[in-house]
Design a binder for this molecule. Structure first.
Ligand code: APR
Ligand code: PHB
Length: 388
């Protein structure tokens, strides 16, 4: 089979790219190794920057998001027994939307299938050939058979564990990474969120985050060891720890309910440079991972593919390759700013074992942020997202 752009991966990056290309009259085929039910129910973070919300709206896939998403104008930081609000509206005039990543994925799949464009589930891409030529190929297995796609370009939107990042010869991609000495235990519970805004807590027992999915579903996280065994965490222990870390005198925002999902995720920062090799372009988690404290993962993926779609449009309409040539540099600028912001939020809010100096220094840092107009604005500007 033949197409203009072969897209590997139907996560937010691959699906949004396919959608943006469709709107520009550029053909693509999307290959996804897992089945539809799996990708539509995969639990991830759920916070959309203003730019992501605007892009979904402008491209006609924002209807459910506007009906069901929760618009937030600030967040709360809790430390040393006190709560401080960072007001996004007042500081930077922007807002964010709480809307689960798998709902974005569902909306984009529905759009793709609605206009009958090719999206193959259980299609496992196993080889990329000729990425440095004008005629690259993707080989994949689907329905017990082997197939190949001849294309002009390949978009590697296949996440951190995909094949695209490994398709260039040794030495063409450089990688940069940082591991954190903790992970997040996350739960979904049938309970109303006990705060109308997210609460990020730096507590002596470790970081905790209260977030939500709807007026009846809470999402809560606890800092744990990176290799923590979830079997050590009974529901009772999880609730006990959440109460302790998230409450301040006179306000316990943790409302208990049935826990229907729980998992532990290690945390890392990771970047591949450049994000292009010949006619292969990396986007989203295939190129970079951020720790979830800044809620940037999905938003960076969307920002990448927006740049890529515009560059491909210039190529196909005017033969102009400037956008393609500048893709990696343009994306990496945003990626490294987001890397810094995510690292900063993470190191400021999590507890480092037994380091009394560091823990006191963190409180000084948090005091500097919440008591300074410039500090609040810096946090708000980066959290709500740099303009696209
Ligand atoms: N062939 C086909 N599909 C593949 C292959 C392969 N060889 N390898 C991986 N995939 C698919 C995965 O099954 C997954 O559905 O690629 C998809 C990648 O999607 P995501 O991991 O969601 O990555 P991305 O679209 O870049 O989205 C970034 O996801 O990990 C979160 O926090 C991150 O929010 C961020 C977002
Ligand atoms: C979420 O709602 O899952 C979420 C929100 C903000 C974060 C991380 C996760 O920083």
């Amino acid at each position: 089979m033949r197409t203009q752009v072969a897209i590997i991966g139907a996560g937010p990056a691959g699906l949004m790219l396919a959608h943006l290309l469709h709107l520009r009259g550029i053909d693509s085929i999307v290959l996804e190794a897992r089945d539809r039910a799996y990708v539509e129910s995969r639990v991830r973070a759920g916070l959309l920057e203003q730019g992501t919300v605007d892009l979904m709206t402008e491209t006609g896939v924002g209807e459910r998001m506007h009906a069901q998403g929760l618009l937030h104008h600030g967040i709360k930081l809790r430390f040393a027994g006190q709560t401080h609000r960072i007001d996004f509206q007042k500081t930077v005039g922007r807002a964010v939307m709480v809307y689960a990543q798998q709902e974005v994925v569902k909306d984009l799949i529905a759009a793709r299938l609605g206009y009958n464009a090719p999206l193959h589930f259980e299609a496992d891409a196993y080889a990329i050939e000729g990425a440095d030529s004008a005629h690259p190929k993707v080989r994949f297995r689907h329905g017990g058979k082997e197939h190949e796609i001849d294309c002009d370009f390949i978009a590697g939107c296949d996440g951190f564990h995909g094949i695209a990042r490994h398709a260039a010869p040794e030495g063409k991609f450089a990688t940069f990474s940082h591991e954190y000495p903790f992970g997040w235990l996350g739960i979904l519970a049938e309970s109303p969120p006990g705060s109308d805004e997210l609460i990020y807590a730096n507590h002596e027992r470790g970081f905790a985050l209260l977030t939500m999915r709807s007026p009846t579903v809470s999402r809560l996280y606890l800092q744990v060891a990176p290799d923590e065994d979830i079997a050590n965490w009974s529901d009772a222990r999880i609730w006990d720890e959440l109460h302790r870390r998230l409450s301040v005198p006179g306000d316990d925002p943790v409302i208990e309910g049935k826990i229907f999902q729980k998992s532990v995720t290690p945390m890392r920062s990771f970047v591949t440079e450049p994000m292009r090799y010949g006619r292969l372009f990396l986007a989203g988690d295939a190129a970079h991972i951020v720790p979830p404290t800044g809620a940037k993962g999905l938003n960076l993926a969307v920002a990448d593919v927006r740049v890529l779609a515009l560059a491909l449009e210039d190529f196909y309409t005017r033969g102009d390759e400037c956008g393609l040539d500048g893709y990696s540099e343009k994306c990496l600028k945003r990626v490294w700013r987001a890397q810094h912001f995510s690292w900063w939020m993470t190191t400021m809010l999590h507890r480092y074992d037994g380091d009394a100096f560091d823990n006191r220094r963190q409180i000084g840092e948090l005091e500097s942020v919440v008591n300074s107009q410039a500090g609040q604005t810096y946090l708000a500007e980066n959290y709500s997202g740099l303009p696209f």
